[in-house]
Write a protein that binds this ligand. Structure first.
Ligand code: ASP
Length: 459
């Protein structure tokens, strides 16, 4: 049977005409690459702001950048987006005057409220896909544009975090019967009421995953600007290598800081149909990248180490707490009411702690404290700040005794105190909470002990 590959190209993969040429050649290299999802133009060489951020700034009348402490007016954003698209049109040598006029009209749109934000945010992907399609046609490729509004990519009306509705899959299945290269803008869909609604940020990955699922693709290639998923953040450990193969479960556990190359929700449906996801580098297409699969042979113990910063630790102690049924629920409910992300809940007989995202309690820690005092009347209630959680992950850890001891010894040798230890119940990950100022040194020590030294022995 004919192979079908869905490819998603990220913003940096398509930031200028040189990049588009690389994409063209990647598509030409394998005729199975026929379902192409594109992001809005990204930053070039990591500089400046993304087109989507400029569009959000226009839609929110400058609040988007103001909230980030950046002095960029909506007018400046309008000019940046116009300039970016004009340059792309010129560099690609296509006739794009209608695209530029349409983009300007849309940026001046008078739609208001939340619908305005989503409509505006989607324009990067919308116009970029139209531009790329023309570029590929100009280069002699049989490319066709399929917009979410044309193909029935129907989403819920949860603006800014829309979800794909089930009818979409039947609608998209029809794409499987089309010939040529199908170009689809990522990140947005159309609600049942006919409005544009976008997924959460990075949502073009999600469009790619949904298209791959609907057409039952043989592979979902996610083209980005790194060689794949690294064992640890390569900015901190320069000798870190790309992981060749990971299971869906492992990538889920690693998906925190340093591993955020891929939108998690994009994987859910691919996993249901066992569609492998290949993370590849547009700037280095001969590199095999990282393959995410259902099952793999565990050739090592820890395959990677994730790191999560900005963690706070809410600790409480109360005589007799161990006998109170539902004590953990009380504190978790308070945190839920304040929309605080929680991570781990180490408990003992009369004390318990919850690890939370420190950024979520910046403005309300005093209220949260008061509510916990009132609900639980603890003898001690303390909040500790600036922790990092380091999490070695790997399906091979389950059968191998002593990995946790080996990791603890590596930190002991560096005189790094472990404040929290928690082993995941699946036994394929464990978590050390340490003071953030040790995190770089701790990550290096764990990498050396669990990953580098092991590969040296294996070689
Ligand atoms: N352009 C959108 C964003 O910047 C979606 C994406 O790139 O995946 O979040």
């Amino acid at each position: 049977m004919e192979q079908k590959i869905t490819c998603k190209f990220g913003g940096s993969s398509l930031a200028n005409a040189g990049q588009m040429e690389k994409v063209r050649s990647i598509l030409e290299d394998d005729p199975a690459r026929r379902y192409v999802v594109v992001s809005a133009p990204g930053r070039e060489n990591g500089d400046g702001e993304k087109v989507t951020d400029h569009l959000l700034n226009i839609a929110t009348k400058g609040n988007h950048f103001r909230d980030q402490g950046k002095d960029i007016t909506p007018k400046k954003s309008f000019d940046s987006v116009t300039e970016k698209f004009s340059r792309l049109v010129n560099e690609c040598g296509i006739d794009g005057s209608d695209l530029l006029a349409g983009l300007k009209d849309d940026m001046n749109s008078s739609i208001d409220n939340e619908k305005r934000i989503d409509f505006m945010a989607s324009r990067g992907e919308h116009y970029h896909s139209r531009l790329i399609c023309r570029y590929l046609q100009k280069k002699g490729m049989h490319a066709k544009l399929m917009l979410p509004e044309d193909i029935g990519l129907v989403v819920s009306d949860d603006f800014s975090s829309a979800r794909v509705l089930p009818e979409t899959y039947d609608n998209l299945k029809k794409l499987g019967a089309l010939d040529g290269i199908i170009i689809i803008p990522g990140y947005y869909g159309i609600t049942q009421g006919g409005d544009v609604a976008v997924f959460s940020r990075g949502g073009s990955d999600l469009t790619g995953g949904e298209v791959a699922y609907a057409i039952n693709a043989d592979m979902y290639e996610n083209w980005t600007d790194t060689d794949g998923i690294y064992q640890v953040d390569p900015r901190l450990v320069s000798e870190a290598k790309v992981i060749p193969r990971l299971t869906y479960k492992e990538i889920r556990l690693l998906s925190s800081k340093g591993f955020d190359v891929f939108h998690f929700d994009a994987m859910i449906n691919c996993k249901k149909r066992n569609i492998p996801i290949n993370i590849r580098n547009t700037n280095n297409p001969s590199a095999p990248g990282t393959l995410i699969v259902s099952e793999r042979v565990p050739e090592e113990t820890a395959v990677g180490i994730a790191r999560l910063d900005d963690v706070a630790y809410i600790y409480l102690e109360k005589d007799g707490l161990g006998e109170v049924i539902g004590a953990t629920k009380d504190i978790l409910n308070i945190l839920k009411d304040h929309n605080v992300q929680t991570y781990h809940y180490p408990t003992d007989k009369d004390d318990l702690a919850v690890l939370v995202d420190q950024n979520d309690i910046v403005s309300n820690v005093n209220i949260i404290r008061e509510e916990i005092e009132q609900a639980m009347d603890p003898d001690v209630l303390e909040v500790f700040y600036n922790l990092s959680v380091l999490s070695p992950v790997g399906i091979g850890m389950k059968q191998n005794p002593g990995i946790l001891a080996q990791a603890a010894a590596a930190l002991k040798n560096e005189h790094i105190n472990i404040e929290i230890v928690d082993q995941g119940p699946g036994q394929i990950s464990f978590h050390f909470g340490i003071q953030s100022y040790y995190a770089d040194a701790a990550l290096k020590a764990l990498y050396r002990s669990l990953i580098a030294d092991r590969s040296a022995v294996a070689n």
